[in-house]
Design a protein around this ligand. Structure first.
Ligand code: SAH
Length: 244
């Protein structure tokens, strides 16, 4: 039986892969990878390494999670070094915990290899710091998805009245709902917000606006994209570097 390495691939830029993740990619007998993991990483694998794509779109899954779990498990029965490569970090809306529990219940050993999460690195490439002294003292990372809860949101919107930075992942298709909700709880209509598409890659594009106008400006951006809400967005005027 092999060991499964639940490995973060970083947000897109291949150089944001950790040294440890790169070592495991080079040693892997099989790499099971997602849509958001940069496929160029696979070029680092050894000859004969097997590749299994289990990509997921934001809202519909190519393979149901249970089947992905089973693919990983079966690979671990056949191979010594199994790398499960995921976009960003395995624990940030990455279902790394679920996959590990499935393996644990079947007696398979696993390790977690943290990755650089898009939630911090993508705003960073856009020149938006998730915290900044004198501007905000904390940040939240929130799912914009909630597909299984159509009418009842699990998000504690009332807590979001503060100036904490809020990063919404998987939220582009719910942008209108998100901005309406933030205005409804009392945030000013001209409150700063940014949408960043394909962050840390050569296709990165950032659109800055207000809660009132961002939907019209950003709704057609390609995915993956994330949403940043907060006064830190204004710092982009000085800190924008990558898109120049
Ligand atoms: N585990 C991942 C996040 C998985 S959820 C991480 O830590 O980064 C997938 C969501 O992440 C996407 O819907 C999008 O909101 C965001 N995302 C991932 N990569 C991105 C990128 N390069 N640019 C913009 N958003 C990205």
């Amino acid at each position: 039986m092999g060991t499964v390495y639940l490995t973060g691939a970083g947000p897109g830029d291949i150089e944001l892969l950790t040294v440890k993740a790169l070592r495991l990619v080079k040693e892997a007998d099989v790499i099971i990878y997602d849509r958001l993991a940069n496929p160029d990483i696979l070029k680092e694998a050894k000859n004969g390494c097997e590749f299994v794509y289990v990509g997921k779109e934001d809202s519909h899954h190519t393979l149901p999670q249970e089947e992905i779990n089973e693919v990983i498990y079966q690979s671990a029965l056949k191979h010594e070094c199994v790398v499960r490569l995921k976009g960003g970090d395995p624990f940030v809306f990455g279902r790394g915990g679920e996959e590990a529990i499935y393996l644990k219940e079947r007696g398979i050993g696993f390790e977690f290899i943290p990755g650089i999460t898009s939630a911090i690195a993508v705003p960073e490439y856009a020149g938006i710091p998730v915290t900044h002294r004198g501007v905000t003292v904390s940040f939240r990372v929130v799912t914009g998805h909630e597909s299984h809860k159509k009418d009842h949101s699990q998000i504690p919107w009332e807590n979001y009245k503060t100036d904490d930075t809020i990063v919404f992942l998987m939220g582009l298709h719910r942008l209108k709902k998100i901005t309406s909700k933030l205005i409804e709880i009392g945030k000013p209509k001209d409150y700063p917000i940014a949408v960043i598409s394909r962050g840390t890659t050569k296709d990165e594009k950032t659109v800055v606006g207000t809660l009132e106008n961002i939907y019209e400006k950003a709704k057609d951006l390609p995915t993956p994209a994330l949403i940043v809400v907060g006064k830190v967005v204004e710092l982009r005027e000085q800190l924008n570097w990558f898109e120049k």
